[in-house]
Design a protein around this ligand. Structure first.
Ligand SMILES: Cc1ncc(COP(=O)(O)O)c(C=O)c1O
Length: 471
């Protein structure tokens, strides 16, 4: 049987191909992103308000670009070290040891093209027949996609607990990953090999705090499984919170495969530059797989990867650390994310109880429930929208608002919409919020119900929030 993504496009090779392709999912942020561009180019709307992007708003800090240019001018263009030059890995190890409070050596590190490749490296290296993988639901879709592709039938979903009680709504805690639910999965299933854990999380923007991570570490000790700890948004945390690392828990370096990189913190998504921190024996396997897959991260990027944490000398050329100046730049980006997150969350909550939004804790995403909007008579009967996917499509094609549907991130995402607030505040976030509120109010009123605020009140209420968060 051909995978649907080939048959849908009428591409049907007359040969037998890998049957596991049937289980390979996708990351809608890329596919739907292309649809957004097509609608934009059609000029149907004066502007598309972009709340769908998984990319950073800011661009790469200038000092990083300068080093890259210098490296290219020095003709750093040949093959590089397959794992990352020792000095580069030492710089990363030093920073990581300091920030995580645990000794990490360069032998624990492998440089790779982006954070994402670790997901497949890990499944290829660690999974044996019959092994189970636990993924968060909702969660970053690549985990489930590649787990299914590599080990069909082995995926277990750690589903977030939904709570829309008045107190949960008031605190913005409408979803929670509960450790007791995770333990239940471990008790009921044998052979759990890997737990995929992401904090701050895509798509919810939620953080898993120290206490909960310690409880998960207890489960690791008891049931013996590996944790892929994806903290690629680790510096983007709000409200004075401090990101806590699974590596900081005594003994957990032996059980953790830490996915991190430069994409989100340093606004370097397109560069494809990331790294793994893991036990030495795991890095040995990953290194061998990496040689077979991509040989090495290019030299210019290896130099960049190093100077972000310290000095680098390569082939007689010296590249000075850009650590402090870059940190000062990105800290400003993080403050802007925090402001936008608070603004979007509170703006959407003006539509309570029709839209209920969680609190912005980190990354640059929010995951509000639109279930009550989907239940509206006008939405069901006139617009014939029956799911969050239908709502996402209608918002884009009929209103020029780009978002992602919650179901793109797992079964528990049904009824939710993912909002990214990475884009520019004045061009997308503020005017986009005003517009969305008006669109939803219209849906409520057309269904014969009383909206929590009137269309005429929107501008004023949003201006109040603008003042609260941006001045
Ligand atoms: C949770 C999570 N992990 C990993 C990645 C992949 O990061 P990279 O672009 O560095 O491969 C992303 C990108 O969106 C992400 O959201």
């Amino acid at each position: 049987m051909l995978p649907k993504f080939l048959s849908d496009k009428g591409l049907a090779p007359n040969i037998t191909i890998n049957p596991n392709l049937n289980y390979l999912g996708t990351e809608t942020a890329f596919g739907f992103g292309a649809e957004v561009i097509a609608v934009e180019n059609s000029k149907k709307f004066p502007q598309i308000f972009k709340f769908h992007v998984g990319d950073t708003g800011p661009t790469t800090p200038e000092p990083i670009i300068e080093v890259a240019i210098q490296a290219l001018k020095n003709k750093q263009t040949k093959y590089g070290h397959f794992a990352g030059y020792p000095q580069v890995r030492e710089n990363i190890a030093k920073y990581w040891s300091e920030t995580r409070g645990v000794e990490i050596k360069k032998e624990n590190i492998l440089l790779q093209p982006g954070g994402k490749p670790v997901i497949e490296l890990m499944f290829q290296a660690l999974l044996a027949p019959g092994d189970k993988i636990i993924v968060q639901d909702p969660g970053y879709p690549v985990y489930e996609s590649l787990a299914e592709f590599n080990n069909h039938g082995g995926v277990l979903r750690w589903q977030a607990h939904k709570d829309e009680s008045p107190s949960a709504i008031a605190q913005g805690k409408i979803l929670e990953f509960r450790v007791e639910d995770l333990e239940k999965l471990l008790v009921e299933n044998n052979q759990v090999k890997i737990l995929c854990l992401n904090t701050p999380q895509n798509p919810t923007g939620m953080i898993i705090g120290k206490e909960k991570l310690e409880a998960i570490a207890e489960l690791v000790r008891k049931y013996k499984f590996f944790v892929i700890f994806d903290d690629i948004y680790d510096q983007i945390v709000f409200g004075g919170r401090k990101q806590y690392s699974f590596l900081s828990i005594p003994g957990m370096l032996d059980w953790t495969i830490n996915l991190n990189g430069y994409s989100k913190n340093y606004a370097m998504t397109g560069w494809r530059l990331g790294f793994i921190i893991a036990p030495e024996w795991v890095i040995e396997i990953f290194g061998r797989l990496a040689i077979n897959k991509w040989s090495n991260v290019n030299r210019m990027e290896q130099i960049v990867a190093g100077v972000i944490f310290g000095d680098v000398t390569l082939d007689g050329f010296e590249y000075k650390s850009v650590k402090d100046e870059v940190q000062a730049i990105i800290n400003k980006d993080f403050i802007e994310y925090e402001k936008k997150g608070g603004f979007v969350s509170e703006s959407l909550n003006l539509l309570k109880p029709y839209v209920v939004c969680n609190e912005a804790e980190g990354a640059f995403y929010l995951f509000p429930s639109f279930q009550r909007v989907l239940d509206l008579k006008y939405v069901r009967e006139e617009l014939k929208i029956t799911s969050d996917v239908g709502l996402r499509d209608w918002l884009l094609y009929e209103k020029g608002i780009a978002t992602l549907s919650g179901s793109d991130f797992g079964q528990m995402g049904a009824g939710y919409i993912r909002f990214s607030y990475a884009e520019d505040r004045n061009r997308h976030i503020i005017p986009g919020m005003k517009y969305i509120l008006k669109v939803v109010i219209e849906l409520i009123e057309k269904s014969g119900e009383v909206a929590p605020l009137k269309v005429e009140e929107v501008d004023e209420r949003v201006v109040e929030l603008e003042r609260k968060f941006f001045t």
